[in-house]
Design a binder for this molecule. Sequence first.
Ligand code: NDP
Ligand code: 2IT
Length: 450
Amino acid sequence: MAVSDHVNLEAFMAGVERHNPGETEFHQAVYEVADNVFDYIDDKEIYHEAQILRRIAEPDRVLSFRVCWEDDKGNIRVQRGWRVQNNNAIGPYKGGLRFHPSVTQSILKFLAFEQTFKNSLTGLPMGGAKGGSNFNPKGKSDHEVMRFCQSFMTELYRHVGEDTDVPAGDIGVGAREIGYLFGQYKRLTNRFVGVLTGKGMEFGGSPIRTEATGYGTVYFMESMLNRLSDSVDGKRCLVSGSGNVAQYAAQKILELGGKVITLSDSGGFIHDPHGIDADKLAFVKELKNLRRGRLTEYAAEFGVEHHTGRPWALAADLAFPCATQNEISTAEAKLLVANGIRGVSEGANMPTEQEGIHAFTEARILFAPSKAANAGGVAVSGLEMSQNSARITWKEEELENLLRDIMTGIHDRCVEHGRSPGDDHVNYVKGANIAAFIKVADAMLAYGVV
Ligand code: NDP
Ligand code: 2IT
């Protein structure tokens, strides 16, 4: 038998940092998982011997490519595109595309790594990937976005496929972009297949996919509260972001009787102490999805305060970060705890800094990490893939029930692996990391060294 390289967490992380210089978001995401997995595998020699965590933390491949396009003034613009295929042990690569000027290889590697564990938690057969570009859709015309998407897909199409790798949306990639990307894939390959999810309902999309991430994040919070005989009903909620995830998180909070008092965008946040009701939320959807405007317009329309920065200094019962990574600093996490927050459910990916996560877990609040709390989106993407393969569309009610069941299943798996003997408190971070790791790791063990 080979003598295993039984390194400790610090030595493992030193290796990750050495091999991925400067990729701080990637280091952060790997540490968050390794922190729990090292304890779990301490007495499980087989995982050490097969170097499983080290292999998951090395993407299967990182594709990087040039994307040229012509703007409306006839200027030639050059962007970089990526697809990070992290791991396909349990199914075809699956994960979103992000178009935002802040996109780097480090951010996409962190997202693809996280996606591997998130997809495992859903119970569906999907591996982990992420892609995108530093293209900024803000302020671009529809035609510019179309030309960019066509150029992006002209390279990406050779690396994806319905049984190989199935991208979807993320920040800056919504229904409009998925339409352009799918149209170009179909044109290049002459095949009408489920190569992307989040498609329009006219061309193979699934009911509930648009709503799924935000709804799922709130269902997860409801499950955590229900376990303690409590609920979202009557709770004051801080929501950040005002895009896809934030809009439908807010909608589900309202349906469950909660009160949403904030939303944010990259220009700051609005504080509406009377609560954002259904009419105001309809205004936000129209503002953000059709006019692509700023939340300062909400403040002017409804006479409420607009502040720069983030909403975490306000007192509330529950928080739903739904904008972007590291939007809750360690100091803000401590402030939320000091102000009496009862629960945090992460709609965005990795929105809390690592020491902020420790602040939440040490305070023993209900803290749902992103890989569990926002898995509803990719779960319904998985159901869209099934529907596309069978060339059928299920009813909205069936899909909403399936989403609810999947989120309950993820919650229960976190409870199973997140408790310590003699303590009923659940550490959902630990539960999510261990439950997700076991499935991917055991599939990798079955394949041998590949
Ligand atoms: P959208 O593009 O629809 O919305 C993003 C929102 O976050 C906007 O309000 C945007 O503000 C704000 N935002 C983005 N970047 C920053 C930043 N650097 N600083 C401040 N605000 C920012 O994206 P989604 O709602 O789809 O995604 C939000 C989060 O949820 C991301 O972390 C994503 O990875 C995650 N997620 C998304 C899923 C999905 O199905 N869409 C699934 C699972 C997770 P502005 O309007 O000013 O740009
Ligand atoms: O982060 C995510 O889970 C997503 N952006 C959704 C991915 C997907 O394939 O639906």
